[in-house]
Design a protein around this ligand. Structure first.
Ligand SMILES: Nc1ncnc2c1ncn2[C@@H]1O[C@H](COP(=O)(O)OP(=O)(O)OP(=O)(O)O)[C@@H](O)[C@H]1O
Ligand SMILES: [Mg+2]
Length: 390
């Protein structure tokens, strides 16, 4: 599982169910899990009602007991102080210990993410100039102050002051670009307050994983992060991009050749789309390459397989293929399916919910998944907040 898994299938094909079923089994075996929940169905794990034993047979009762005894569940609602908020930093707290090249990459990820929530997508000369100032400002600040002090407010001051170290690093760029960037950052700071003001517990991947990395004999942790309260797609992408960078930092600091945690990204085509380049794309591609060295596996589920970027496929070992009907999706998956010993593309459209083909290392096998112990059914937002507060 440190070599990652993808769960592909149309809506209702049973992807979430099979993914969480596997995660339940891993948790009972001591593996911590983080679920990034867009829809509100994974939040069910934090709902005591979902753990009811009514109507379960003896075997399911004993398995649900075992899961409850083994796992500690936490629910987070970044972007909403009425729940259990979780704050991300603009750059990872340990960024000053990184090599020059890594620091530059981290700065680029932050600048890209900020540029996207400011809607700098048209790449006009003015936007390019402002992006260059933003990137340089983060890079120069990284050389000067503790990474945890690099906030949007500080960036605004630093650029507004035309700090000599920044102006020197940039060279010749018209002054109007500085002013415009400050104005846009300020507007973003005001409109995206909860996303950028750092309210809530600071994100600490080690803590979310229950300190397993230090070898402590603690219960595995199930941390569910609901992205429902972060705002629009760009805001979610911004937050998840910073989260991915933080996971990569964790992985680099905690090498392990044993599986220690699995991260589930449902609706992952949004983070790793074929045709777009959201803020999450580069950090996700990078994490797919590197997570293994920290014993961290990624589970990516997508209901639009055609939109999912297969370029990362060499870094994903296990493919769970549920019902896939769309011609375009099947066509895009052809190269991957042709690597298997037998071609199963004709069988994918007719599969029932819970029926999958798993392909890995050139082998392919059909199976029917069991239902998970906790049913991933969607919770309303007010209930998610209530559970997170609790
Ligand atoms: N292994 C299974 N056995 C029987 N029924 C199943 C199984 N898995 C899923 N189902 C049925 O299919 C429904 C949808 O399952 P699930 O939510 O896992 O699908 P999904 O592919 O994640 O859908 P979406 O794309 O909408 O998120 C479930 O409510 C359940 O009724
Ligand atoms: Mg689902």
């Amino acid at each position: 599982m440190t070599r990652h898994a993808a769960f592909l299938g149309g809506t209702g094909s049973g992807k979430t169910t099979v993914a969480v079923n596997i995660l339940e089994q891993l948790m009972v075996n001591g593996i911590s899990v983080i679920m990034i929940d867009r829809k509100g169905d994974l939040c069910r794990y934090a709902d005591p009602k979902a753990w009811s034993e009514d109507g379960l047979d003896a075997d399911a009762k004993s398995r649900i007991h075992s899961l409850r005894d083994h796992v500690h569940v936490s629910l987070y609602t970044p972007g909403h102080t009425g729940g259990n908020p979780l704050a991300i930093s603009l750059v990872p707290p340990d960024a000053s210990n990184l090599s020059q090249m890594e620091r530059e990459r981290v700065a680029r990820c932050s600048a890209n993410a900020l540029a996207r929530i400011m809607d700098y997508t048209s790449q006009t000369p003015a936007q390019k100039a402002q992006y260059a100032i933003l990137l340089k400002a983060i890079q120069v600040l990284l050389e000067m102050v503790e990474p945890s002090q690099i906030t949007v407010d500080q960036l605004i001051c630093f650029i507004d002051e035309r700090a000599p170290s920044l102006v020197n690093a940039i060279g010749k760029l018209e002054d109007k670009h500085f002013s415009k960037l400050v104005e846009n950052l300020q507007a973003t700071r005001l409109t995206k307050g909860s996303l950028l003001d750092g309210s809530g517990k600071p994100l600490d991947i080690g803590a979310l994983l229950g300190g397993r990395a230090e070898g402590a004999d603690k219960k595995p942790q199930l941390s569910i992060i609901s992205t429902k309260f972060l705002g629009d797609n760009q805001d979610i992408e911004f937050w998840v991009a910073q989260f991915l960078v933080a996971v990569e930092r964790f992985v680099n600091q905690n090498p392990s050749n044993m599986l220690q945690a699995v991260l589930l990204f449902d609706e992952a085509d949004v983070y790793l789309p074929a045709a777009r380049k959201p803020a999450t794309k580069e950090p996700m591609e990078s994490l797919l390459k590197r997570a293994r060295s920290g014993g961290v596996g990624l589970f990516l589920a997508s209901q639009s397989p055609g939109d999912f970027d297969y370029k990362s496929r060499d870094n994903i070992r296990s493919w769970f293929l549920g019902r896939i009907k769309e011609e375009t999706a099947l066509k895009k998956m052809k190269p991957m399916l042709s690597e298997c010993k037998s071609d199963v593309s004709d069988q994918l459209p007719a599969q029932e919910p819970g029926e999958f083909h798993i392909t890995r290392d050139g082998q392919v096998e059909a199976f029917k998944a069991n239902r998970s112990l906790i049913q991933p059914t969607q919770l309303p937002e007010d209930r998610i907040l209530e559970l997170a507060r609790g």
